[in-house]
Design a binder for this molecule. Structure first.
Ligand SMILES: [Zn+2]
Length: 183
């Protein structure tokens, strides 16, 4: 049996790339210059680096699931994350196939739970990193520690009162507080 490792779960927009509303294509993705180095450090410290992202733009008819899959492949290739899990749903979307109340749209913990079924992840040592209340709530519901970053919408725009374990500026600060699992 493979030994379990913890994971750092990362929201995409506002964490790995600039928050700019619905991003339709690779060309529009504005990946932070430090994202690749930070992901490399996360993995070196003994963690999986897994993206979990709400992509309701698919249900809203703004872009196709295939376009998102191209963006995901690009993210894996250029930033080096292990996997990308996404929720394409939205309860009042316009595309029938994706219009539903699901269990994967954050703040629900479905994407995190799915990743933990696919990978041997030690939840107790894992973190959820995001820039919105929904990220923090999903992490807490999944039973892991949470880190709120101010590199996205900023804490002044938080939709709900949340109590993350850490509030940091951006992903670079996560590297400084992340315990090294090799020691
Ligand atoms: Zn969903």
């Amino acid at each position: 049996m493979t030994e379990k490792r913890p994971a750092v779960f990362l929201d995409r927009d506002g964490v790995l790339s600039r928050e700019k509303g619905y991003v339709h294509s690779i060309e529009e993705m504005d990946i932070f210059s430090y994202a690749g180095v930070c992901v490399e450090q996360i993995k070196k410290k003994g963690y999986y680096a897994i993206v979990v992202t709400n992509q309701s733009g698919i249900a809203r008819g703004f872009f196709s699931e295939q376009a998102l899959q191209e963006m995901n492949a690009y993210l894996i290739k250029t930033v080096g994350v292990d996997a990308v899990y996404y929720c394409p749903h939205y309860p009042s979307g316009v595309v029938n196939q994706y219009r539903k109340i699901c269990n994967c749209r954050k703040p629900k913990p479905g994407l995190l739970n799915r990743a933990m079924e696919d990978y041997p992840i030690d939840k107790g040592r894992s973190y959820m990193v995001g820039d919105r209340a929904a990220d923090i709530l999903a992490g807490q519901q999944a039973g892991m520690r949470t880190i709120l970053l101010e590199s996205g919408y900023g804490t002044s725009r938080l939709e709900e009162d949340v109590r993350p374990d850490y509030i940091l500026n951006d992903l670079r600060d996560v590297i400084s507080i992340l315990p090294d699992q090799n020691k």
